[in-house]
Design a binder for this molecule. Sequence first.
Ligand code: AMP
Ligand code: MN
Ligand code: MN
Ligand code: MN
Length: 290
Amino acid sequence: MSLMSTKNFIDSQTQRIDLHSHTKCSDGGLTPQELIERALNFQIDVLAITDHDTVAGLSIARSYILEKNLPITLIDGIEISTSWRGFEIHIVGLNIDKHHPQLVQLIEQQQQARELRASTMGEKLEKIGFTDVYQQAKALAEQGSITRAHFAKVLYQQGKVANLQAAFDKYIGKGKRAFVKPQWCSVEQAVEVIHQAGGSAVMAHPVRYDMTTKWLRRLIVDFKTTGGDGLEAVLPQMNNAQRQLMLSFCLEYDLLASMGSDFHYPSKWSDLGRNLLMPDTVTPIWQQWH
Ligand code: AMP
Ligand code: MN
Ligand code: MN
Ligand code: MN
């Protein structure tokens, strides 16, 4: 049987859908198998795995689903880090061909950028007086994408910060002492490669970029101009005003709407599929897949 670049028929009237999630292959807490089991427990029908700059979890999850004949549709996804005018913008690719050569090449390039940033960040942390952070972050990430979330966890485990957020606020967040400017690809490149790989390009969590509405509009215009398909307009943690603004952007800029939890690990505040409902005023991204 040929495994998938099949497009999936999705009916949001009857199905529970979550198009943004992470596994241990990047900075998630669960293995791909554990994530699938959790999705089933939460009655998710359609799940996209979208690890940071890697597709390593997809075949593991898909084999597991096939082997156990589980009632869930897996969407092959990825979350690509990009640079746009000094901001780090995340572009999600959905329904991608994970073996497409252009995508494989971009992933390789992004992994090199992650590796370089991580080792430089390690050196900066050494200068601050923290030892062995890079080595421990590497160990934590194992074979997966190394992220700042791994560094945050090591700093926390070493007792250097009170919680994970504090690691970003004090050391590794933008402009902080151990911050290293990453060498990500452009938004345009990410969109292009996602399209070459047959996927839909979605701007992840537009409300989380810490920019003014004016700048966000500029970003969305650029994204649309490069051929971007959709905005992640439905997230679990958004206030009403934000939700309305994101939905109005979809209409104004003729973009499809995606929705996802950005699940990393079980927590009190968010979980797979929770608080996700696609309003019928916008066109959902899965319309492209029919
Ligand atoms: P990276 O892609 O390597 O820059 O890692 C960023 C990841 O760290 C994000 O995907 C989040 O999962 C996590 N994270 C947690 N808190 C923050 C924060 N304050 N700023 C940025 N990333 C955060
Ligand atoms: Mn993450
Ligand atoms: Mn993200
Ligand atoms: Mn994410």
